[in-house]
Ligand binder design. Sequence first.
Ligand code: FAD
Length: 428
Amino acid sequence: MGRSFQVVILGGGTAAGYAALEFVKNDYNHGDLCIISEESVAPYERPALSKGFLLPEGAARLPSFHTCVGTGNERQLTKWYKDHGIELILDTRVVAADVKGHTLRTSSQETIAFRTLIIATGARVLRLEEFGITGSVAPNICYLRSVQDANKLVEAMAACKSIGGSAVVIGGGYIGMECAAALIGNRIPVTMVFPESHIMARLFTPEIAAFYEQYYEKRGVTFKKGTVMSGFERNDQGKVEAVVLKDGSRLPADLVVVGVGIRPNVSLFEGQLTLEKGGIKVNGKMQTSNSSVYAVGDVVSFPLRMYGEMRKLEHVDHARKSAAHAVQAILCPEKIEDYNYMPYFYSRVFTLSWQFFGDNVGSCIHYGVQSSGKFGAYWINKGKLVGAFLEGGSKDEYAALARVARDRPEVPDVNLLEDQGLGFAMAH
Ligand code: FAD
């Protein structure tokens, strides 16, 4: 038998860092808490990997973006965990969990016992093999989830740049968009390939997407929409030289970046905890079907109280807030109310920056002039404003959007809303 802790946080990502901070803020006892992570560094703000980390100059590197700097809190270095009596077990994968027996088994064959477990295992990238494409392991094929992946991408970008090469980005979601912007920033021409009719199809309307697509095209990105890749052409060293599309055409590629989605890391708990929508099902206290086990961040399906349904949200704001909420639920169960989260996502590419609050369901009206760099959209469902998007807003304007998306006011006159545009949220 190995070590034993009151609370074990399984996973050392963004949510784990914020959970640790919440315990420390509440003077949780030294020595009672441990974090087990397969990564070799303390928890960090993962969104930095596709933004500051990939800049051609002045790139962000650890330790600059350890949690919880993303919300203006302290930068928690390894020493911070030591100073607060938190055991940070790095480079250690948990290979088995016994929920009823309250134990975890690690890759080093240690058994670690817990009284309370917080699952913060996040998500893994979907690999091309899962779409029936073989051979996505090559020095110039990159995925992006961890610092290790980001280091590989930086090396591959340097190699590509040194030969004046070009890149293909597979996937038109936010990883694809952010990576394409970073590649262009590094003076590497990019072709983006995705099956949808426009970028960010899960959130953007065709009108919103058109703005970003034009912006990208002007900077050297070519789009191959409505199609998928079917394979690679390689040289004798196993390096990819071209991406082959379904219609048989080929795109020369010295670097391939794949961003085709993620899956929550739930496998350790299949058959032991209730799952829903592919995530670990939790209640409003982030408690799973076993009352000693909590789950937070990308790995959970949670009740989104505002909309009365279960949701899975793979975004950093939810990771941070759900982590803090679970800790409050563990420390003060009698005081804590149910998690009442409002969806919030953002992205930054080139010099652009957008934020979205609420739900993108129902009909959509657009406002503002795209060429001015500030424009937005509202989603109206069953007569109420339910979602709000804005590119190029100020802090106050985004705060107004958040307010309006949370309050969900009636919209008696859609034409008036369109005329008022951002003014509607500001006056609310
Ligand atoms: P993670 O941060 O993924 O942490 C999970 C941790 O668990 C990892 O350390 C992992 O190694 C570890 N782990 C998993 N299984 C085991 C095991 N068996 N044993 C030990 N350790 C294990 N969101 C936004 O809202 N805006 C953005 O702009 C944005 N940009 C992003 C850019 C990139 C490149 C990426 C990858 C994500 C981005 N996100 C963004 C999403 C955001 O980073 C995630 O929602 C957030 O990191 C989720 O936190 P988490 O702690 O649940 O999971």
